[in-house]
Design a protein around this ligand. Structure first.
Ligand SMILES: [Zn+2]
Ligand SMILES: [Zn+2]
Length: 350
């Protein structure tokens, strides 16, 4: 089968790889129909995620059709259409039972990390009963792909950890797919203001269409002053960091109001100074989280009800066979006006 294989920092290729087989009774084999690229995959390719070894098939998002199931899988059957969650959950360990499936003792974020992932024609999904979601009749396939990772990540790591409340002033630093997913799901709570900060006017335009109330292009490095002016010197109640570099986390620290919440979502590859010399007395909370994907059923319902329209986050479409071009487009997101890129795996000829 065709698959996108990582060969160390900066190196990847589309290759023929052996089709995966069921290894455990709790596994399912899924024929991928649509998958996508993630900012996390770019971090892997930068060398920021050392757990990913050479030879690994990347990808942790996608939807597909069950091809085969192990003997102890009871909730899914061959032919079922499913969402593959970016988080694999055994459902039984202490972390899973606390709802912290990201740290599942036998799973967590393993797809496209420590086991082969979804940027391939087929993927083996461990703990299928508790790691897949059935796709309802009448759904839009492309919208379903957004439920693998970015919607639960934006919602759980950004909005829930940031404790967004009615009337809050929320700043989202980074208007990429994850920042925009945080924007879409922050609106559940009717904050007064959602300020989007990015250096890309196209992304800010998209944010405006999706409901951001104020936009700041930080190309001039003056976002802090602009936000303090907008908030009458008070700062923001919630700062969601959706980039993953020191400068953006530092901006969160400089704009947070007393009592506020800094919710980190970005994948960081280097250390960031923590300004306790100013923050120690400010009653703020800083949270970090790897998505647990425990809100996927809730988000699926809101998508099916038409209250959440994640398809707006999709900018490009390629066949899986053109995944290398898709990576080039995604890596030059500003030039290409790229957000989420859908890769389609055509069904085999009858
Ligand atoms: Zn992802
Ligand atoms: Zn577990």
């Amino acid at each position: 089968m065709k698959a996108l294989v990582y060969h160390g920092p900066g190196q990847k290729s589309l290759e023929d790889m052996p089709k995966p087989a069921l290894l455990e009774a709790t596994d399912a084999l899924v024929r991928i129909t649509k998958t996508t690229l993630c900012g996390t995959d770019l971090h892997i390719l930068k060398g920021d995620v050392p757990t990913v070894g050479a030879g690994r098939i990347l990808g942790h998002e996608g939807i597909g059709v069950i091809e085969a199931t192990g003997d102890s899988v009871t909730r899914f059957h061959p032919g079922d259409r499913v969402i593959v969650s970016c988080i694999t959950a055994c459902g039984k360990c202490e972390y899973c039972r606390r709802g912290m499936c990201s740290h599942c003792e036998k799973g967590g974020w393993i797809l496209g990390n420590t086991i082969d992932g979804t940027q391939a024609e087929f993927v083996r999904v461990p703990w299928a009963d508790t790691s897949l979601h059935l796709i309802p009749e009448g759904s839009d396939d492309e919208a379903m792909v957004m439920l693998s990772d970015i919607l639960p990540t934006g919602y759980e790591c950004g909005v829930l950890n940031g404790c967004v409340k009615p009337g809050d002033t929320v700043a989202i630093i980074g208007a990429g797919p994850i920042g925009l997913a945080a924007l879409l799901t922050a609106k559940f709570y009717a904050p007064a203001d959602i300020i989007m900060i990015d250096q890309d006017d196209h992304r800010l335009d998209v944010a405006k269409k999706l409901g951001a109330t104020r936009l700041i292009n930080n190309g001039d490095g003056k976002a802090m002053i602009k936000i303090m002016t907008m908030t009458y010197g008070r700062g923001v109640d919630v700062a969601i960091e959706a980039v993953g570099i020191p400068a953006t986390f530092d901006l969160c620290q400089s704009i947070i109001a007393p009592g506020g919440h800094i919710a980190n979502v970005g994948v960081h590859g280097e250390s960031v100074p923590l300004h306790l010399e100013t923050l120690w007395s400010q009653n703020i909370t800083i949270t970090t989280r790897l998505v647990d994907a425990v809100t996927t059923p809730l988000l699926l319902k809101t998508v099916m009800a038409g209250r959440l329209l994640p398809k707006q986050l999709i900018s490009h479409r390629f066949p899986l066979s053109e995944v290398m071009n898709a990576y080039d487009t995604f890596a030059n997101a500003a030039r290409e006006k790229a957000l989420k890129i859908i890769l389609t795996n055509e069904p085999p000829a009858p």
